[in-house]
Design a protein around this ligand. Structure first.
Ligand code: NAP
Length: 247
């Protein structure tokens, strides 16, 4: 059985490792190529877009793929949409990993926004000390609110970061520990955290740290993805895929 894993996440790497335990399962991990030094599991991988839905259909057919596992990031909506369309056209089975969201606890000061534009627009007003940990997008939007001080954490230098005055950039990749996140937020006197509602153990510590320090949290809500067979744990997903192999 030949499985194409759409990745770009630690979850995808974990799924590849789980599937690799079964010698009858041939796995190809696909990355978009956004980071220059991606973490890669053992096994085969390819890097770069497929060229839209038609490109993916052609890839599935040329490589005789039996099943696609979409383990892209919850915010990678276009790739997931293309996977649904291409698998339907090529008559290839599709499964998706739906990473559970961050869960609100009592006392949390969360505000949710559908778009990065709406989130940034909410920052008109008095100066704040803001931790931008939502990824590389939207720096130009935050630059429209120069009254704030920004601490930005990304894996690689984001485009437009030079537009953001009063900003300090930290380059780091999770997982992050709660004690370190509390220290970081305290030392930078952060009062507002900006994050995607990505979910996942690797980055939940900043949410817990914000809870501990009673900070405002501005969360980007997840984009909707078309329904398909999905799993909320990687073990269940790997077990299903490997059982699927034997049917
Ligand atoms: P996106 O908007 O959904 O996809 C844009 C285009 O990038 C797709 O149309 C596809 O190009 C290509 N692409 C995306 N994922 C791919 C993959 N796994 N393999 C091959 N091509 C891929 O994606 P994005 O939000 O820019 O994210 C890009 C990658 O970074 C994803 O793999 C995602 O898992 C990872 N990531 C994203 C975020 C986030 O917040 N968005 C966070 C962490 C990691 P073609 O149309 O040419 O096929």
């Amino acid at each position: 059985m030949r499985v194409l894993v759409l990745g770009g996440t630690g979850d995808a790497n974990q799924l590849v490792a789980l599937l690799a335990r079964d010698a009858t399962c041939e796995v190809m991990l696909s990355l978009a190529g956004r980071t220059s030094q991606p973490r890669l599991p053992q096994g085969s991988h390819r890097i770069g877009g497929f060229g839209g839905v038609e490109g993916l259909v052609s890839y599935l057919e040329c490589n005789r793929i039996d099943l696609v596992a979409d383990v892209t990031h919850p915010f990678a909506a276009i790739m997931s949409e293309h996977a649904v369309a291409a698998c339907a056209k090529a008559h290839v089975d599709l499964v998706r990993f739906e990473r559970p969201e961050f869960v609100r606890a009592e006392g949390d000061r969360w505000q949710s926004f559908a778009t990065i534009e709406a989130l940034a627009a909410s920052l008109a007003g008095a100066p704040r000390q803001i931790f931008l940990s939502h990824g590389r997008e939207g720096m130009a939007l935050f630059a429209l609110h120069p009254q704030h001080h920004y601490l930005v954490r990304c894996i690689e230098v984001p485009p437009d970061i030079d537009k953001l005055n009063h900003a300090r950039l930290i380059l780091a990749r999770g997982p992050f520990a709660l004690a370190d996140e509390i220290t970081l937020l305290r030392e930078a006197a952060i009062d507002t955290l900006v994050s995607k509602n990505s979910g996942g153990a690797a980055t939940v510590a900043k949410i817990e740290a914000a809870r501990h320090l009673e900070l405002d949290v501005l969360l980007l809500a997840r984009p909707l993805k078309a329904a398909t067979r999905s799993f909320s744990t990687l073990d269940a997903m790997a077990a299903w895929i490997l059982a699927h192999d034997r049917t």
